[in-house]
Design a protein around this ligand. Structure first.
Ligand code: NAG
Ligand code: NAG
Ligand code: NAG
Ligand code: NAG
Ligand code: NAG
Length: 790
């Protein structure tokens, strides 16, 4: 039997007598390239685990208590698994014992793509249905249980401090939670390590980055202040307060930007908002140690450089329309800007005698409910890009969490109401499926540095919407360790996110329309294909002209990838998304810079309105990380993308798995009056065979072959550089494209006419011989079905 994507199986590449095979728990080493990091747990943790599993019902770390039922009340159309364990105390206790025995399961974060590496195990006792267990620990109840006025109002705050995200009772509970949870323990250690590292650095130096403003400065300072304030509250060592103060004073000093109220760059309001959030956290979390004078100064800073600028943006009283984001539902801006202003106002409310904080809260909360809360589409997709999801969800989650802890309600930011559709519940799925083995399906712009921005909204959403799989997915990621996680993570969670998680998901909102199809959730050497259609507008001008664009991962690497953002400072880069926008002159944004079909070397039309069809065998992974793909496991997705082109009467693209998800077929059925060019960007070294109908791609010691099936005589594979065509329209004066070092474009040039371009991708799986690969028969895309290629 050939070993394909599922090759962590009994036919070990190590042969019989495999020293890494354990009868009880299966494979105990990733059958992965030697470069990979192997978790210590694999070497020393297993005997402990086996013992614990034998006598699992020992010790009651967690008692039974009704779960936080109110969390999901009011949320519509919950697709969540209702997984609060019905079996109560024994199950909770057993889960806790298993959790501690296993520890932090995957070895994460130093892998090539900063993704967790899951050890192979058939341990079906530990990695089962995602579940939150009942707990008697009041600190784990949803925060509204601790403070919920009968008639909540954004200006009626709890009387104790802190107010934001982590009230005092949560800090008090933290040491014991840390002692009983390996993830919290690791994160606490990491936060201290990070805080120590930042401690020794100079305060962040002012850097005005043109149109991107001082956003990097703001987010780096916020990241540091969170860590310093956390370290102080955990140790009561005032050296952290001193270091926080130095960072705060730097950010309002004469050498830091202009001297007026515009110090925090309200022209680019994200900057203002993130500084305001940073100061709010410092003010609130360190409230007990600031002197009266220090508090007065910090409040003045927050009001002068933050909140007053917010009021000006809302009322347009600065005459400069810095508040364009106040009625924008397409992206992260409304969430980040309202979020920062809200944290700032909540922090100083009551101490502020100017009325500014109250005024801001009267603006931001209802505005964010009307705008920020609408920034995911009906299928959970973030309207901008997979990377901008991080910024938007961080802003949204910080604002919702702070409002709940400070005032006892989220006012509809999380909960849907009849007038306010809220699809944030689904956005965790968007993130999970957009994550491939070669990192994100990162179509469009990738965005600025993240610093204080993470995917940890997954922890809050998972807890709130009762999606334990979001929590289990995120807790293993490289960006999990940071202060918010210490309070958003519900450690009663157990199980495996991959258990019963379908391999495929189709996102069908007409704004995005995309698909993710994979061979496994846990085998980093498995296959992942993601492909998109969707609209070319309404993505906050962060998209590319990229209907039909795809990525392909296999054998631990990315074979077809994205080029990412151009230079945000380029002339007219964000001008607009009309057909004549200068944005579409830049190679990375042009259709030729995507992995799709080009006709007559022209950009796609911004008016494109593709349609999609798809089907899946519905295969889901089980409890084990060792997953054998059934031979009939299948998924396909097709799009009619004719509307994206002028010189063609029909352009259809389809992608499907073959042969138990070990091979992929990408097919284009086109009728065109102009020459057709198939394009794919790769980091591989590409060798085209002499016939021009197949190519071998090499990355490291891995190979993938591409084969043109049923080619007509005009079809030829060739390669070229990832650069603009010499006959492309000129770039704006003085502008140039970014270089794409190491990237080769694989092209298939095809003459005009009615053509079917069929490209078979065969990753060269270890142990798989050429006769194990299948060659499908030719089937028109219109006739594709789950069984059409059997
Ligand atoms: C948090 O981590 C620090 C640094 O490793 C450690 O000194 C401290 O004891 C930890 N806190 C708890 C509650 O375990
Ligand atoms: C925090 O510390 C961890 C562990 O040392 C490291 O991997 C990570 O890069 C640090 N994060 C930042 C933002 O410095
Ligand atoms: C947002 O507000 C501006 C200024 O008031 C207005 O010109 C624009 O049409 C509004 N946009 C939407 C989508 O309401
Ligand atoms: C090339 O590799 C880099 C680093 O892993 C990745 O970000 C990029 O998307 C890859 N490019 C392509 C075209 O696959
Ligand atoms: C879009 O931007 C281009 C420049 O990139 C400009 O010429 C054009 O007028 C703009 N169109 C609209 C509708 O704003």
């Amino acid at each position: 039997m050939p070993s394909g994507p599922e090759y962590h199986n009994a036919n070990s590449p190590y042969g019989s007598g495999d020293p890494y095979y354990n009868e009880s728990v299966g494979y105990i080493t990733p059958a992965a390239p030697v470069k990979r990091h192997t978790s210590n747990w694999l070497r020393i943790g297993l005997p402990v685990l086996v013992v614990v599993l034998v006598g699992a019902v020992v010790g009651g770390v967690l008692g039974s208590r009704a779960a936080n039922d109110n969390k999901t009340s009011g949320s519509s159309g919950s697709s969540g698994k209702d997984n609060v364990s019905p079996t109560g105390e024994a199950a909770a206790s057993s889960a806790a014992a298993v959790k501690n025995a296993i520890g932090v399961f995957p070895s994460a974060t130093d892998s090539q793509y900063l993704l967790p590496l899951y050890p192979s195990t058939t341990n079906t006792a530990a990695f089962t249905t995602p579940t939150f267990h009942p707990s008697s620990n009041a600190a784990l109840a949803w925060p509204e249980d601790s403070f919920k006025p009968s008639n909540p109002s954004a200006t009626n705050v709890r009387t104790d401090r802190p107010r934001l995200i982590a009230p005092a009772y949560k800090w008090q509970a933290l040491p014991e939670l840390i002692a009983n949870d390996p993830y919290l323990k690791q994160w606490n250690d990491t936060i201290f390590g990070n805080a120590t590292q930042y401690y020794s650095l100079s305060p962040v130096a002012y850097h005005m980055d043109g149109d991107s403003g001082i956003l990097d400065n703001a987010r780096e300072i916020k990241m540091r202040i969170k860590a310093f304030a956390y370290a102080y509250r955990m140790t009561k060592d005032t050296k952290w307060v001193d270091r926080t103060l130095a960072e705060l004073q730097n950010a309002v000093s004469d050498s830091f930007g202009p001297s007026g109220g515009d110090k925090w760059n309200p022209t680019h309001f994200l900057d203002t908002a993130e500084f305001t959030a940073a100061f709010a956290i410092a003010y609130d979390w360190l409230y007990d140690v600031w002197t009266t004078d220090q508090k007065t100064t910090l409040r003045q800073n927050i009001i002068t450089f933050g909140l007053s600028q917010g009021i000006a943006a809302y009322t347009n009283s600065d005459g400069q329309y810095h508040g364009w984001w106040t009625n924008n539902t397409q992206g992260n801006w409304n969430c980040v800007c309202n979020g920062g202003l809200t944290l700032g106002a909540l922090a100083i409310l009551g101490d502020d005698t100017t009325g500014t904080a109250t005024q801001i809260l009267g603006l931001t909360v209802s505005n964010a409910v009307q705008n920020c809360a609408q920034a995911v589409t009906t299928d959970g997709t973030w309207t901008e890009t997979a990377n901008y999801w991080y910024f938007g969800t961080t802003g949204h989650a910080e604002m919702a969490s702070s409002l709940i802890t400070a005032t006892g309600s989220d006012y509809g930011l999380l909960k849907s109401t009849s007038t306010n559709k809220n699809y944030f519940e689904l956005t965790g799925l968007f993130h999970m499926y957009a994550t491939g083995f070669g990192s994100l399906f990162a179509y469009g712009d990738h965005g600025p540095n993240k610093f204080s921005t993470t995917a940890n909204a997954m922890l809050l959403y998972g807890d709130y919407y009762n999606h334990p799989e979001y929590v289990l997915f995120q807790r293993d990621q490289h960006d999990a360790p940071e202060p918010w996680s210490m309070f958003w993570y519900n450690p009663t969670v157990s199980g495996a996110f991959w258990d019963n998680m379908p391999l495929d998901h189709f996102f069908d909102d007409s704004t995005d329309q995309w698909a993710a199809m994979r061979s496994s959730w846990t085998d980093q050497d498995g296959m992942y294909v993601a492909i998109k259609a969707g609209k070319q507008v309404q993505h906050q001008t962060h998209n590319d002209l990229d209907v039909g664009d795809f990525v392909l991962d296999a054998l631990g690497t990315r074979w077809a990838g994205e080029l990412g953002s151009g230079d945000y400072l380029s002339t007219a880069y964000f001008s607009n998304d009309t057909q004549d926008s200068a944005r579409w002159l830049y190679y990375r944004k042009r259709t030729e810079g995507q992995n799709t079909i080009l006709i007559n070397k022209q950009n796609q039309l911004v008016t494109a309105a593709p349609t999609v069809k798809h089907d899946s065998s519905g295969t889901a992974q089980g409890s084990s990380t060792v997953f054998d793909v059934p031979s009939d496991s299948m998924a396909f997705w097709t799009t009619d993308m004719t509307s994206a082109y002028t010189d063609a009467t029909s352009v259809k693209r389809g992608v499907r798995y073959l042969n138990g998800r070990k091979q992929v077929l990408l097919q284009d059925d086109i009728t065109s009056s102009q020459p057709i060019m198939w394009r794919m960007h790769t980091n591989a070294t590409v060798n085209v065979d002499t016939s021009g109908t197949s190519a071998t791609l090499t990355i490291g010691d891995q190979k993938l072959t591409m084969q043109l099936l049923n080619p007509t005589s005009d079809m030829q594979i060739s390669t070229g550089p990832a650069t603009r065509f010499t006959d492309d329209p000129a770039l704006p004066a003085g502008q140039s494209d970014q270089e794409n070092p190491g990237v080769t474009v694989v092209m298939i040039n095809v003459a005009a006419g009615t053509k079917s371009i069929q490209v078979l991708f065969n990753p060269q799986w270890p142990g798989m011989s050429s006769s194990d690969f299948k060659t499908p028969s030719a089937v028109a895309i219109d006739s594709w079905s789950l069984t059409s290629h059997n």
